[in-house]
Design a protein around this ligand. Sequence first.
Ligand SMILES: NC(=O)c1ccc[n+]([C@@H]2O[C@H](COP(=O)([O-])OP(=O)(O)OC[C@H]3O[C@@H](n4cnc5c(N)ncnc54)[C@H](OP(=O)(O)O)[C@@H]3O)[C@@H](O)[C@H]2O)c1
Length: 606
Amino acid sequence: QLRWDPTEPLHELPVGQGNWVLLFPTYSIADEFASPLGDNPHSLTTGCYQVTEQGAVIEIAQQEETLSGEGDASPLLLQTLSSATQQQPLKLVVSTAGLGQLGSPAGYQALTGLMLSIAKTVQQSPHVELWLITECATATPNQVAEVRPEQAMVLGFAKNLTLELADKMRSVVDVESWSAQAAKQCTRVISNGLAQPWVLLRQQKLLAPSVVRVTADSLANKNRKLKEDGFYVIAGGTGSLGLSIAEWMVRMGAKHIALLSRSGVKDAAVERVEAMRKLGAQVVVPKVDLTDRAALASVLDSLRKDRPLLGAVHAAGLFELCPVQDLTVDRCQSLMANKVLGMQWLDELTEQDALDFFAGYSSIASVWGSAGNFHYSAANQVVDAIIQRRRQQGKPGISLNWGPWAESGMVTDESGDQAEKRGLLQMDQSVGTQAFGRLLNCDQAQMIVADINWSRFKPLMEITAVGSLLKSVTDPENPADLLNTEVELNPEDIAFKEELAECPEEERAERLLAYLKQQLANALQMMPEELDDTQPLIDMGIDSLLAVEFKNRVTKVTEVELPVVRMLGGANLRDVSQWMAEAYNTQISGDAAPEQDDDALVEGVL
Ligand SMILES: NC(=O)c1ccc[n+]([C@@H]2O[C@H](COP(=O)([O-])OP(=O)(O)OC[C@H]3O[C@@H](n4cnc5c(N)ncnc54)[C@H](OP(=O)(O)O)[C@@H]3O)[C@@H](O)[C@H]2O)c1
């Protein structure tokens, strides 16, 4: 379960020091943010943007630029950031708070283009930290303002960037509604820094996310019985999870089920559909693209002519891994639209139906982000938001942030293996459907359901920028905080520390490689010669405790942060030693740290 706990900015510094570039929907909103900065900034550049049906247009220092429809980096913003970073470091603050309702698919597309351009521009700009301000992207209990899906989309993009541009993406502050007072608080928070990747500003309090474990029994202790006399609609019902839920529905007494998808039942699923029919259920399979509102309306109308609609599940989705720099707006839209638009249409078009439940299939990617999944993280954040908004409107709704399911359409053998190495196990289909049944009965708007090996997953996550989310999760097998293993340096470490400092710069990578190999061999109780330094570290059998111990020791000796994101993302010892040598050399010379290159991604997980 996701919980929001009070938190504070990191420091009490004078507000506004440093260099700032602001990109806000209007100059007057930017001015509200900038006025508490007073005379403190070394430099302050203000720009604004418009999101139009034709795309996004930005204006900075009286120059205007229409962003490329591809979502490429913005030359105007690149130039602004590079001149402002003459005096580093630089805070780029982009706000979608104060942006009106978008209201149309083209508006979503333009906002996606804006965010993708900003991400790519920041990726190419050294010394920049990106801060985002959103408005009501998510709900807390008792919140008055309605959750806004387009703002949720921006929060979802940011969750991915927190992992994928870990050295640049600082934090998101989500305000309940924009006001001069909210502006003042945002200015203070961003000036002082935050330890959390995203926070909510609600009634003058800052709230940080935290995942807590709950038992299913404490939420609801029985499955929901279904009714015989109406239709249950499953959007994406011909997919692997859609079919499992349909079968569960038949077991729970449903007699009429509609499985919606663009291409109907695929070969392997024909038998499963027939088996449901043999059990006495009417299973219809209308072909419809969920992004087409009129077509969806017509399918729902034709079902209603037969009998009432009693429940809806949105289990449609598409998945691909793609680093931010290779994404285009079209690519984002084609992956996201079935959720961003499909959820919206299904919500609107069932408004008059007396539904007993409405479930959205979301993902852990919108809980703690997922690298390589800029678009997928955002699409799922929109699913969460639309469900939260339904609950605010007094309608039934639950968003299920699933972890990987076994034998499902979106998990390949390879991605499943990768996820398992990080502690994300593949959930048995029967466990998933049982959880679904129970959670339909519970009073929550959102639940995370995943089979997790915490002693592996938690330490690995804790060393990423989103680690603070898991601080309250205790590992039932090993409740101690695995990360706080204090490292004692041995004489070998101390000798290496001196050797590294004294050796010629060009030899450091090789010396580091030998040292890292020795350390890893010690940890794995092997000989260094037995280790293949071109094999990905994640495949070398390092469990989480060893990974943490290894990282802590190496960091203490070299005083260079071991790039754990890279370590988990398929890097080998050679890559790591090369990167660390560069970081060490620039640290000594006083230059800025080198940029991480693109294959440093933690592979996305659902
Ligand atoms: N599998 C997992 O482990 C996992 C984990 C976390 C979350 N989830 C979520 O659970 C859901 C189902 O996953 P899955 O593994 O069952 O995926 P899947 O087997 O690939 O099924 C996806 C379904 O969505 C339909 N679909 C896609 N785009 C559509 C559109 N525009 N209009 C209508 N139907 C559309 C597909 O049919 P057509 O292509 O014929 O349209 C298919 O029926 C997804 O939302 C996913 O994000 C899954």
